[in-house]
Design a protein around this ligand. Structure first.
Ligand code: FMN
Length: 653
């Protein structure tokens, strides 16, 4: 490293001495914690990998403060703390109890008319966030509020005794937490001393903080996470409210550090687990604003992938500490790799939000039951055919295990379909994966032959002991569109964007939306068509991505009239239509009632299903000792499936 980084300087908050300014963000993707708030050996191993990776502070995902004592709770946290300390990391535990998302809140729905939270929950379920249906909403009584305050204080005391180095009170994410929903003007419409004025709405979290302080003493660090902007416009918490009322009140109540998040789980979940459509570090301005309003240290977070950016934020005075969330899921060793001067080895998060630990699309180690990586018993000559991400990952893992690996790819570049997706500005983060694998293949001495197409004879000539076929898949062009002028498949369209005309029809509601939105943003006139209903829009993507897609295309968000209602008129969506005819000038459609619609077009992009390309694999069976299919060639799927199937083969040969 050319100059000492601020990021790697020690930092102290009360009694907690951090070796650097990197923390792992609280994430509920800890394996093994679902039953009775348990911390299993699996949980500890998972945290240990993050501590070994070099982060100074390891924060757990939310734990609810137990309302009744849980036997063994303190001992398990003590064990977790001991393991963290053995790697020089400090352990923090985030405490938070569920709010309206789990059916309890400061006041009963309906919340402000058109921003009805219950409706929002239903919409969330409709887009399939996979959350359990909430119980009938219930407003907390004053006695229940008091019991909560007690529980938080009691839990903080136990955690301190267990050797946990700090506690973070979760007051963020709107309806996800009781604390945030009490603060939020959107959720809290109580008329007693817990509702109405800012002072009243802040009473529950500030009482909680004060009681926690009494329980842990002056010198113990208490962090607080807030949603500095709930992303609900004037109806929710705004950054102005945060700097004028919330931060001063929390500071007064004894907070030692403010962790600045954003969003409301029920209305803007994509503001919390931000998908790849948003730029990196996209809400650091909120931390910056909070820093101006307090003398407390401030934690900045959100889509921070490269430590260069983290360092820049510290140097610019936008934050004092940086939390990395998904980046440490994708690569727990990120800090260590920088410290060892090999940042190019970092597997950068692509922000696909397709699993985020359960499993992670790009980090196979996160998969439940992942096979171990062991040296090969007998090094073999391994031939990988196809240089998409499945083939590249298989080559990387096989080479790591000591096999001699050759990879052949018919195109002149590596990365296959994922590299093509990375050409689309909205999904450019996919380049991270291709780049990581390319660098690793080089470092591991994999022989890569580009622009090489191999048939059975050429393969036999190489005399491989193991052949891994990763020849991918092709997009299916419907009969009616074959050979027609202006027709191009989605992947070709990405590779040859300049061929796309001004009036574009994208055919495929499931896979087509991102490209359709992007082309529209570029100034093209875009119509997105498909046989399915609106429910199929963006169906290939994870729910946090779909939320964004649907909001742009279908405006499913009930928060209409707020800044985040962003329905676009371009692209226009025509769902439930059948393609009747394609002429050189127009595409003739019929809707559900049989009414005909003619859409003039210059380019028709086909973005529908794919079929596997396994012809070569079939020809090769029996011509080498072992022939395996992986990735789309074995069965069409997403990146996670490609990476997983590559590992399942490459870790066992
Ligand atoms: C799988 C997952 C679980 C999360 N769980 C929590 C949580 O328990 N408490 C919390 O405050 N934030 C939670 N978050 C939000 C993260 O702490 C973090 O703010 C967010 O992921 C943005 O940071 P990143 O872009 O570095 O991942 C979670 C995020 C993810 C991806």
């Amino acid at each position: 490293m050319a100059r000492p980084w601020m990021l790697f300087e020690p930092f102290q908050i009360k009694s907690m001495k951090l070796k650097n300014r990197i923390g792992m963000a609280p994430m509920l993707n800890m394996p093994g914690v679902w039953t009775r708030f348990s911390i299993t050996d699996e949980t500890i191993a998972w945290f240990e990998a993050r501590a070994r990776g070099g982060a100074g502070l390891i924060m757990t995902g939310t734990f609810a403060p137990p309302m009744v004592a849980i036997p063994g709770w303190k001992e398990r946290f003590a064990e977790l703390a001991r393991v963290m300390h053995s790697h020089g990391a400090m352990l923090g535990v985030q405490l938070g109890s569920g709010g309206p998302l789990l059916g309890v809140g400061p006041s009963l729905p309906p919340y402000p008319s058109e921003l009805d939270a219950k409706q929002a929950i239903m919409d969330l379920l409709k887009v399939g966030l996979g959350l359990p249906a909430p119980a009938e909403p219930k407003a907390l009584s004053v006695e229940e509020i008091e019991a909560q305050v007690q529980a938080f204080a009691g839990a903080a005391a136990i955690l301190k005794e267990a050797g946990v180095d700090c506690v973070e009170l979760h007051c963020a994410h709107g309806g996800a937490t009781l604390c945030c929903s009490f603060i939020s003007p959107f959720y809290n419409r109580r008329e007693d001393r817990y509702g109405g004025s800012w002072e009243n709405r802040l009473r529950f979290p500030t009482d909680t903080l004060r009681r926690m302080r009494q329980a842990v003493g002056e010198d113990y660090p208490l962090l607080v996470r807030i949603s500095a902007d709930e992303l609900l416009g004037e109806k929710g918490i705004t950054i102005d409210d945060t700097t004028r009322f919330i931060v001063p009140a929390l500071e007064e109540a004894g907070a030692d550090c403010i962790d600045v998040s954003q969003g409301s789980i029920l209305h803007s979940p994509e503001g919390i687990e931000i998908p790849l459509y948003y730029p990196r570090g996209c809400f650091i301005h909120l931390a910056e604003a909070v820093k101006k309003a307090t003398r407390l240290p401030v934690i900045g977070v959100g889509r921070i992938v490269e430590l260069e950016m983290a360092e820049e934020f510290l140097r610019e005075g936008k934050a004092d500490l940086i939390y990395l969330g998904r980046q440490l899921t994708a690569d727990p060793d990120t800090p260590r790799k920088y410290l060892e001067g090999r940042p190019e080895d970092v597997r950068k998060c692509v922000a696909c939000v397709e699993g985020c630990g359960t499993p992670c699309s790009i980090n196979y180690e996160m998969a439940p039951g992942a096979l171990p990586l062991t040296p090969a018993a007998t090094p073999k000559r391994v031939l990988v055919i196809g240089g998409g991400v499945a083939g590249m990952e298989a080559a990387r893992v096989a080479a790591l295990r000591g096999h001699r690996v050759t990879l052949i790819e018919k195109r002149s570049e590596l990365g296959g379909m994922v590299a093509a997706l990375a050409l689309e500005p909205l999904t450019a983060e996919f380049a991270n994966l291709v780049q990581y694998l390319r660098v690793q293949l080089g470092k591991l001495g994999v022989e890569v032959r580009l622009a090489t197409e191999a048939g059975p004879a050429e393969v036999e000539a190489l005399r491989p002991e193991v052949v891994i076929v990763a020849t991918g898949s092709s997009l299916i062009i419907p009969e009616i569109a074959r050979g027609k002028a202006g027709v191009i498949d989605h992947i070709e369209a990405l590779r040859n964007r300049k061929w796309i005309g001004r009036r574009v029809v994208v055919w495929g509601l499931t896979y087509g939306p991102e490209l359709a939105i992007s082309l529209a943003e570029e100034g093209k006139e875009v119509v997105l068509i498909g046989e399915g209903g609106e429910k199929t829009l963006g169906g290939h993507a994870s729910n946090f991505r779909r939320w964004w897609i649907l909001r742009k295309l279908a405006d499913v968000n009930p928060a209409r009239g707020t800044p985040e209602a962003q329905k676009l008129s371009n692209p226009k969506v025509l769902a439930n239509v059948k393609v009747k005819q394609i002429t050189p000038e127009r595409i003739e459609l019929a809707d559900e009632r049989g009414i005909e619609i003619a859409v003039p077009y210059d380019t028709l992009v086909i973005s529908r299903g794919r079929e596997r390309d396994n012809a070569l694999s079939r020809q090769l069976q029996g011509r080498a000792a072992e022939v395996h299919e992986i990735g789309d060639c074995s069965s069409v799927g997403d990146i996670q499936k490609a990476i997983s199937s590559a590992n399942q083969v490459a870790r066992t040969i």
